[in-house]
Structures are given as C-alpha cells and as structure tokens.
Ligand binder design. Structure first.
Ligand code: GLN
Length: 487
C-alpha cells in the first residue's frame, strides 16, 4: 500500500469513503510524519496528538453510521492565530504566554463541523507581521525546499510559513492560514503549494487574533487546487459573530473548476513589472499567459495606475489598525505579565518584554500615523489611496474577468537575508497587498521551478465574490503547469 501521507486531501477522502483505511490510521501516519520532521522544520508550535486521535476515532464512528461530513476524517494543521478552545494559542508572541482560549474560532468550528481532525498549531510571524516567519517568538520555520546543490536554509515565506511548510512537507493534508497583505499567497508561492485569500468577508474573523481588521482574511493552504476548493468551501460562510461577515451563499468551488476559460478575458496589468524582478519571473508570467491563451482565453492589457502607491498605503493602514488592535495586550487580560511598581509601569514592562522588535516597530509606526498632527498627512491619505486602488480594479473589470500576475518578486530567499532591513522585507509584498486593500479574492498556484530548483507562483485575482472564476482559471493553469516537483 502507498504511504498514507502520499495521498492528497481528495484522494484521502475517497480512500476513507471506500474503507481502505480509517481516519485513525491516516491521523497516526501524519503524527509520525510530524514526529520525524518537525524538529528540523519547526512548523508546529504545538502537536495535539491525543486530541487528534480522539477526533479521528469520533470521525470513524460517525462514518460507520453513514454520517460523514465534507472533510470527514481529514487531519489538518491550524495556524496559531486561530483560537482553539482549551489549546494554547500564541500568535507566535511571548505576550500571550500560556493563553488557552475559552472559545473556538468560527473558521475552525466550521472545519470540525465537517469532520476534520486537528493535528496541532502552526508557527507564524509574530501576530502575522512579516514575510519570512523570522519574527516568530518561537524561532523561524525552515522551508523544506533547498536550492539545488546547496544546503542554505531558506524561508518558507510568511506570515503563514508554518502552514505552508507543513503542507509542502506532508505534515498535514491542508492547513488554515490568514492573509493581511499576502501571508497566504507568498508562503504558498515559496513552497510549491496552493494558497487562496477569498473576498474580504467570506470567512469569519471571529476568534482569529486581529492584526489589521479591515484587511485580515482567512483561507487554506493546500497541495492542489481541488483540495484548496474543498477546504475553502468548508471554511467560508456567514457568521453573525463577525459584523463584516458577508451574508451570501457559499459557491460550489469544485464545480467551478470544471468551467474552463474559453471566451474569458484575462487582464495583464503593466504596472506589475517591477525593477530588479528576475527575468525568470517575467518569463513565467509570459508562460502563464500562453497557457491561458491555449485554453481559449482572450488576453487583454490593462492598467492599474495606482499600484505603485499600494505598498506605502498598506504599510500605513496595516500598522495603524495593528497599533489599535494590539492595545489590548497590557498584561492584565491575557497571557504574560511583568509586575512593575505601579499600574502604568506594569503595562509598560509587560508590553516591552512581551512584544518582539517587528511588532514594536508596527505599533510605533501605527501610533505615529494616527497621532493628531500626522493623521491627515498619513492615515487619511493612505485611505484615499486605498479608494483609488479599488477604483483601478473596478475600471479593470469593465475589460476583463480575472487578472494574472506573479505572486512574489522572488523565489524563497535565505533565512537572515532580509531580516535586518525592514524595507527590503516589505518589498516582497508588492504584488499581494493590492488584493487586500481592495478586498478581492486572489490565489497563488505553483507554476514552475527557477534555475535553483525552487518553486515560483502565479497569482490570479478575481472580482469581489467571484471565487468561482478564480478557481476556473486556477484549474486550467494547474493542468497546464503540471507541477509535480517535491521538496
Ligand atoms: N508581510 C505582510 C506584513 O508583514 C503581510 C502579512 C500578512 O499578510 N499577515 O504585514
């Protein structure tokens, strides 16, 4: 029999349905895989082995009485930004200490409702702030991929680096992730996996530790487009506990994959050509265009003129919201406290000790751009830019049905290569932040290997609430790319 961890999510679902193996057996093989690899990759912060086996046995019992959900018996990893009842949730920060939530996030509640099994909690950048997983208070995740003939340790991307590495290294069948400025799509591109950020409001934010509330969205990282569709369908849905959750029907994303792209118009934005981008990424983009043309799509040149302002606007809006969201960590209500001589001193000592350098930088920037004298010059102006960016996309939709771009301006880079230069690090998000600022769905799929043998991703951005078109295009691209390389 093939090793169970070789099956992907939809194959595992068929195997479970056919009675070839049980969820308990499947879960045990994933726990073994974690046991064998986690010491070197550091993807899991917590492995909930007993809980996983208990959930798997309950799943097997449900299946035995013909009561199987859409993810029945499927072992998943959960980014440690999602609150999980009674299981330590850290956001990869020291400030949360041993915090074990009293409640479960709505997204994970949906996954358990559909029968999924939790393997553990996955590493990330602290409070999801970063593009390399190096800001985690629990040490970086290491990418399972290496450059050809080199032993240099690479970043899995961030902030959902634990999710991406765990999926790529077959330490779970799929993982939850979150994306505020690219944190699902960039790690997916760096690890040869599929990552989608759906339309803002598709997935409930209830029980997800907040970073920048107007940008944060949950989504899955998976091994292929179909697995991603199955997971996302379970994660989405209206939730009265999140006032920004959209009360709209959940589409059939697997069905959408079969629609093809014949007659579809795909936009190519000229502004997504940035200085210093490797020629290989430009070539890959051209290759993607050719694949879609061959499948019957019409390619149209479009312009998104305000793209160059997206990154600066993002790095004002996101820290501004973060500084406000993170004000709640004061040593009183959650996690770790450092006693001071009086209340203010206790607040200050708790925050100074609990937060890492990048989080402090974001709080300082955010507080600065929101302060009375600077609000109009920075925050208000960034909000205006955000409106222009949305307008750019609205204009583009009069010409095309979806947009194709590279996911990131580089392949996975070396650990430590950018960590002492925040601006360099921020530049890695240049192609991903626009979809967050405009609230649009966007997927990254692995398209090819670069000269060093590292995966590169292409991004498809869709209209608001049109995940179906995103999946139609992604499926065509996946077939054309035929990406089967492994770390
Ligand atoms: N890299 C971006 C940042 O550091 C995006 C992070 C994210 O999407 N959570 O803000």
């Amino acid at each position: 029999m093939t090793k169970l961890t070789e099956l992907n999510l939809h194959q595992a679902l068929s195997g479970l349905a056919a009675g070839d193996f049980t969820s308990t057996e499947l879960t045990q093989s994933y726990l073994n895989s974690i046991e064998a690899q986690n010491a070197s990759l550091n993807a899991y912060l917590v492995v909930t082995g007993d809980k996983a086996l208990e959930m798997a046995r309950a799943s097997d019992a449900r299946r035995a009485v013909g009561n199987a959900g859409a993810l029945e018996g499927i072992p998943l990893g959960i980014k440690d930004l999602f609150c999980t009842k009674g299981v330590r949730t850290t956001a990869a920060s020291k400030i949360l200490g041993e915090f074990a939530p009293e409640y479960e996030s709505s997204v994970t509640t949906n996954l358990w409702r559909d029968g999924a099994v939790m393997l553990g909690k996955l590493n990330l950048d602290e409070f999801a702030m970063g593009s390399s997983n190096e800001t985690s208070a629990f040490g970086n995740v290491t990418n399972p991929w290496k450059r050809k003939g080199s032993n240099v340790a690479l970043t899995p991307g961030g902030s959902s680096g634990g999710s991406a590495a765990a999926v790529a290294a077959h330490m779970c069948l799929g993982a939850t992730a979150t994306d505020t400025g690219g944190s699902i799509r960039q790690p997916a591109a760096f690890t040869g996996t599929v990552g989608i950020k759906p339309t803002y409001g598709r997935c409930s934010r209830y029980g997800i530790v907040a970073f920048a509330s107007s940008l944060d969205q949950a989504g899955p990282i998976a091994r292929n487009v179909k697995d991603s569709a199955i997971m996302l369908q379970s994660m989405m849905g209206h939730d009265a506990k999140d006032s920004t959750s959209l009360n709209v029907a959940v589409p059939d994303l697997v069905a959408a994959m079969a629609k093809g792209v014949k007659g579809m118009k795909i936009g190519i934005p000229k502004e997504y050509r940035v200085d210093g981008m490797p020629e290989e990424i430009e070539n890959l983009w051209q290759q993607g265009i050719a694949w879609l043309k061959d499948a019957g799509a019409e390619i149209v040149d479009i312009s998104l003129p305000h793209t160059k302002y997206a990154l600066p606007a993002y790095y004002i809006v996101a820290p501004a919201e973060a500084s406000s969201n993170l004000a709640r960590y004061d040593g009183m209500r959650f996690g770790a406290r450092v006693e001071g001589v009086d209340l203010t001193d206790t607040y200050e000592k708790s925050r100074a000790t609990g937060f890492g350098e990048e989080v402090k930088r974001r709080i300082l920037i955010g507080t600065y751009v929101l302060s009375a004298g600077y609000y109009d010059a920075y925050y208000l102006r960034a909000q205006k830019v955000r409106a222009r960016i949305l307008e750019d996309f609205t204009n583009a939709w009069t010409k095309c049905d979806a947009i194709l771009t590279p996911t990131a301006p580089s392949a996975a880079f070396g650990l430590g290569e950018k960590s002492d230069d925040p601006i360099k690090m921020y530049l890695n998000d240049v192609f991903t932040v626009t979809a967050n600022l405009a609230g649009l769905p966007a997927i990254s799929i692995p398209a090819a290997l670069d000269v060093d043998g590292l995966p590169l991703g292409l991004q498809i951005i869709g209209k608001a609430l049109d995940e179906e078109t995103v999946y139609s295009v992604a499926s065509v691209m996946e077939q054309a790319a035929n990406f089967s390389a492994r770390p």
